[in-house]
Design a protein around this ligand. Structure first.
Ligand code: FAD
Length: 621
């Protein structure tokens, strides 16, 4: 058996990598330990959220699948951060967990150049410093020009529930063996991380009337820029709280928690702590929010977001029973923590190829990240680059000012991570440019050029840009009367306008308190909306362009300035030893991380502006 690309692991990273490489024309084999769990959501059944929602839009704009799968399986949609600026508006959806994996499987099966096989990869086949295939537990040797490793939380995974320790990559799934040991022998360094998940509950045992309902947006949005289905009905989520009684039970059992009694030594996701961690760290807080989220359309199972725990079963049960609405709780699956191996991502090139072994790519949680979206994004980029490398084509890298995905990969390979890395809007210095509404304008043409995004996507972006231009020009030229403007301003308790009889609509819209809905019923505009010439999403984006014009222009200029450093490339085997004037710390780090560009050098901690200047002189003269 010979393939262009073999992808190891069918989680979020692996499924995207396999689909991307195959859609670009590679012959791909996706090997996973269980082919019933392709794209399985290990933790909560939700996609998107702050900064993660932007990533999903970017994956979609590139021609990845996560947005499409989510749109076809969602049960609720909300745009988070609406009350803040559009740079941080973030789409989030609850999905039907079972349908999510089924949809992924269907997508994989429909790609003609993509084969699927259930087995565990236990060994990489190498020739000198190049990977040439994989060997499986069942003894198959499969030749490949490139291999993408996406083993998630499975490498030497150990599950913890109180004192119980079980080998596994997820509850009821075995862990993956041998790969860490082989890579370490080849000179890779590895680390250990941990994460955890909440118990799943039988919804019939809960009293939802005691909780606060959390409804989806009306009308609901969606992720994909393609014409994917829009939700007609939505399922309700609920909010309840822990209380001092719950906290007391947890506190009196801290000694049984593997996190506190020293059994688990590795670091977990700081921003997604376990309930015992939250109660310990914020001991003065009397309650914590609990989100009760349905797992799908036709199941009673609910996910208890905010109650991740590795305490013993009895303690989980006793504590849950004290939560309002949970008095008769029945647990379907226990919460647990898991420890696993990862490979610090500073060992990777910007293409996600390893620096040590040619044609070997790492993507997803194996790189120390956490989250479906972060994993899927790396999967798409690794799949693209595995295909390009196999076909001897130029690599594909996104810059920090082009995409959150660019920020994610650059952060990982330049700075590494010692705790599970998740994306935040604050990590992106150009976030006003990297909005969820414009990922298609930023990325689809780049992906089309390398052969992933198809012509249908390009047509849709072209159509959208056209409409945006038209609506922008229309609003620039539209005048509204002073009377109309003052009517709206009075409703908002804003001071009235006394000068001029008419004013320009785009100027009026640039006032912070004015929204597009305020002027939708101006007859001139209303007729265009009714004829669907300007859809609401187009007007909403036009409004962003009008309101934030100055900031957007300024940020574009900043990005241009910074990209000059990105464009100064450093040869792969550059000899830092010969530059005696570099500080020894800088020399050591540069030799360790082997950055690809001066931009990357500037983001490595411990490298001073003086070192940067010295290096610039050597590279540019
Ligand atoms: P995974 O989704 O783990 O997929 C790995 C795949 O590789 C699996 O299909 C496995 O069968 C396969 N595989 C592994 N080794 C081999 C091999 N040798 N041969 C063949 N196949 C192999 N994320 C959050 O954002 N917040 C959270 O709170 C959170 N909590 C989590 C709690 C738990 C208990 C777990 C397990 C994960 C949690 N996650 C959380 C992480 C989230 O699930 C992952 O970030 C995401 O699934 C990573 O995607 P991945 O594709 O890298 O790996």
């Amino acid at each position: 058996m010979t393939y262009d690309v073999v992808v190891v692991g069918g989680g979020h990273a692996g499924a995207e990598a396999a689909a991307a490489a195959a859609l670009m024309g590679s012959r791909v084999l996706l090997i996973s330990m269980n082919i019933q769990t392709i794209g399985q959501m290990s933790c909560n059944p939700a996609v998107g959220g702050i900064a993660k929602g932007q990533i999903v839009r970017e994956i979609d704009a590139l021609g990845g699948q996560l947005g499409i799968v989510t749109d076809s399986t969602m049960i609720q949609f909300r745009m988070l951060n609406r009350s803040k600026g559009p740079a941080v508006w973030s789409p989030r959806a609850q999905s039907d967990r079972k349908r999510f994996t089924e949809t992924w499987r269907r997508i994989i099966e429909r790609i003609p150049t993509l084969d699927l096989f259930q087995d565990m990869v236990v060994y990489l086949l190498l020739k000198r410093e190049r990977v040439i295939g994989v060997k499986t537990l069942l003894g198959f040797e499969i030749q490949a020009k490139s291999v993408v490793l996406t083993t998630g939380t499975f490498l030497n995974g150990i599950i913890h529930i109180g004192k119980k320790k079980i080998n596994g990559g997820r509850l009821s799934e075995s862990s993956s063996i041998n790969i860490t040991e082989q890579l370490k022998k080849l000179g890779f360094f590895s680390g250990r991380m941990k994460t955890g998940t909440s118990p799943r509950i039988d919804g019939r045992s809960l009293d939802f009337s005691k909780m606060n309902p959390q409804l989806g947006d009306d009308p609901p949005g969606k992720f994909s820029y393609l014409e994917t289905p829009r939700l007609k009905n939505q399922r309700c989520c609920y909010i309840t709280h822990t209380n001092t009684e719950v906290h007391k039970i947890l506190q009196s059992n801290f000694n049984q928690s593997p996190i506190f009694n020293g059994t688990i030594k590795s670091l977990g996701p700081r921003y997604c702590p376990s309930i015992e961690d939250k109660v310990y760290r914020f001991s003065n807080k009397e309650h914590h929010q609990i989100f009760v989220e349905p797992e799908g359309w036709d199941t009673n199972e609910v996910y208890i977001n905010g109650f991740s725990t590795s305490l013993p079963d009895r303690v989980q049960y006793m504590a849950l029973k004290k939560i309002t609405g949970f008095e008769s709780v029945k647990i379907l699956k226990l919460g647990y923590a898991i420890e696993y191996d990862y490979f610090p991502p500073t060992q990777l090139k910007p293409t996600l190829e390893t620096k040590k072994i040619k044609n070997l790519f790492h993507a997803g949680q194996i790189n120390g990240t956490t989250g479906y979206e972060e994993a899927a994004a790396q999967g798409v980029l690794a799949g693209i680059n595995a295909h390009l490398k196999t076909h001897k084509k130029d690599s594909f890298v996104l810059k920090r000012n082009e995409a959150y995905i660019g920020v994610l990969i650059d952060d990982l390979i330049s700075k590494g991570t010692e705790e599970p890395y998740r994306m935040f809007t604050a990590r992106a210095e150009h976030r006003i440019l990297l909005r969820q509404d414009n990922a298609d304008e930023r990325l689809t043409h780049l992906s089309y050029r390398i052969g992933l995004a198809d012509s249908q996507r390009m047509r849709l972006v072209g159509k959208k840009v056209n409409k945006l231009e038209k609506s922008f020009n229309f609003l620039q030229n539209l005048n509204i009367t002073k009377k109309f403007a003052n009517l709206i301003l009075s409703k908002k308790n804003s001071p009235n306008i006394n000068h001029s009889l008419t004013l320009n609509a785009s100027k009026f819209l640039s006032r912070p308190e004015i929204n597009i809905q305020d002027i939708l019923f101006i007859p001139d505009l209303e007729k265009f909306v009714k004829k669907k010439i300007f859809e609401e999403r187009i007007l909403e984006q036009t409004l962003i362009l009008i309101k934030y014009k100055v900031y957007i222009e300024r940020e574009k200029k900043n990005a241009e300035k910074l990209s000059r450093l990105e464009n100064i490339k450093i040869p792969e085997h550059f000899n830092y030893q010969k530059i005696k004037s570099l500080s020894s710390e800088a020399r050591e780090k540069l030799m360790k991380y082997r950055p690809d560009s001066m931009g990357q050098v500037s983001r490595i901690s411990g490298i001073s502006p003086v070192d940067i200047n010295i290096l610039l002189i050597h590279l540019t003269f």
